[in-house]
Design a protein around this ligand. Structure first.
Ligand code: PAF
Length: 253
């Protein structure tokens, strides 16, 4: 696996990949089986697979969340190498934001609700970095997990609005045996919190109305940001103490 840390080096390497299909998996690291399944799908569908790891400072609306975000680069590197990834792109924040974030991507509707309401600025940061990464990698296909469903919709919307020449491929959420959606933040849960967290997907899938689910989650000690039905899905965001979890399930007709 080729590890590339400098944007210039990547741009030189990219020229030599002209004509080959490229699958791209953007990540913030601390990789789990969900990320690896995106890499496997990319490998099956493309000649070359590129993964980026960049803990994007502009999409964290709380400084503490950015600081506490787990960084496990050595472990991630060996996982990606053993999963046949061709290129690992590890840019640094100074080079990604040489403009000091003076140029931003803003979506003015969908980005204002649900996650956008509770995490002001989050989607600006996310869309801005995804646009930068898509421009750098120039992938044929880019793979996004459905766990961050609103993110996926916004990325698709940006790609359509800006005529970006890339196919966005949605990938189903991977879950632990007890149903909890795999997420890099799960590793911040203590064993007790982890046990409690499993009630969240169980209740989301229970078929009860959003208000009843909210009440039950609150009785169990969760702080609920929202449980809402949109886009034929039930989406939710909750706090287990200081760890925020998001998830969504398909609503049965
Ligand atoms: O989903 C994530 O891990 C991030 O939001 C992404 C797409 C890598 C952008 O930083």
């Amino acid at each position: 696996m080729n590890i590339v840390t400098k944007i210039n080096d990547w741009q030189t390497l990219r020229k030599n990949l002209t004509g080959r299909s490229i699958g791209f998996v953007p990540t913030m690291g601390h990789l789990h089986a969900g990320h690896l399944s995106l890499c496997e799908r990319s490998r099956a569908e493309n000649e070359v697979t590129v993964v980026s790891i960049f803990v994007n400072p502009t999409q964290f609306n709380q400084a503490s969340d950015f600081q506490l975000y787990p960084r496990t680069i050595e472990q991630d590197t060996s996982l990606l190498a053993s999963h046949g990834v061709d290129y690992l792109f590890l840019p640094d924040a100074e080079s990604m934001y040489a403009d000091h974030y003076q140029i931003q991507v803003t979506e003015t509707e969908l980005s204002r609700e649900l996650e956008g309401e509770f995490r002001p600025g989050h989607f600006n940061g996310m869309l801005t970095v995804v646009l930068k990464l898509l421009n750098l990698v120039q992938a044929t296909r880019a793979y996004f997990g459905e766990k961050d469903y609103q993110q996926l919709l916004l990325v698709k919307k940006m790609v359509a609005a800006l005529f970006l020449p890339v196919d966005i491929i949605p990938c189903e959420t991977m879950r632990a045996e007890d149903g909890l959606a795999l997420s890099s933040r799960n590793s911040r849960l203590t064993p007790e919190q982890r046990q409690k967290a499993a009630h969240f997907p169980r209740l989301l899938q229970s078929g009860q109305c959003a208000e009843d689910i909210t009440k039950q989650l609150e009785l169990l000690g969760f702080k609920v940001d929202y449980i809402a039905d949109r886009w034929q899905r039930r989406l939710g965001a909750v706090w287990v103490d200081d760890v925020r979890l998001i998830d969504n399930v398909i609503l049965s007709p």
